[in-house]
Design a protein. Structure first.
Length: 149
């Protein structure tokens, strides 16, 4: 392909635009609080949902966020796969946050915090014991109705 062809000129122009977004000349350090960040985070997730990228939108909704310092966000995700997916998404997320928050110095720390496994009750005895924990009156009801399990 010739360097003078229309497609190569377009590609060069796009590459320059991406480079300009990735490494801006001036540092923007607009102040923001956690609520402003969370609102922008949710807007980004909503955009992904509208584009049909439900898996990314869901990842954004299950991530746990905290503001560690003025420009550092701590994100907890349930698995290593989620961490990789989220880190890939930062390429598009950072310019979005720069526009919304006026800050291009935002950095992310991503940690894996696995969810506790759900407790499954299999036997009738386990189910009965769990119900007793929730409401001890069940024992009296069981006796009055003369129920076995």
């Amino acid at each position: 392909m010739s360097s003078l062809s229309l497609s190569s000129i377009r590609l060069k122009k796009e590459a320059q635009q991406v480079k300009a977004k990735a490494s801006p000349d001036e540092a923007l350090e607009g102040k923001f609080d956690f609520d402003q960040f969370k609102k922008a985070w949710d807007q980004y997730a909503q955009q992904k949902q509208e584009k049909g990228m439900s898996n990314i939108a869901a990842l954004f909704s299950i991530s746990s966020l905290s503001l560690e310092s003025p420009n550092r966000i701590h994100v907890k995700v349930p698995s290593a796969i989620n961490k990789v997916e989220l880190e890939r998404e930062f390429f598009d997320l950072k310019p979005f946050l720069t526009e919304k928050l006026g800050n291009n110095q935002i950095e992310f720390d991503v940690a894996i915090a696995p969810e506790k496994n759900k407790e499954y009750l299999i036997t009738t005895e386990e189910k009965y014991q769990k119900l007793l924990e929730i409401n001890p009156v069940i024992s009296e009801l069981r006796k009055k109705l003369d129920l076995d399990f």
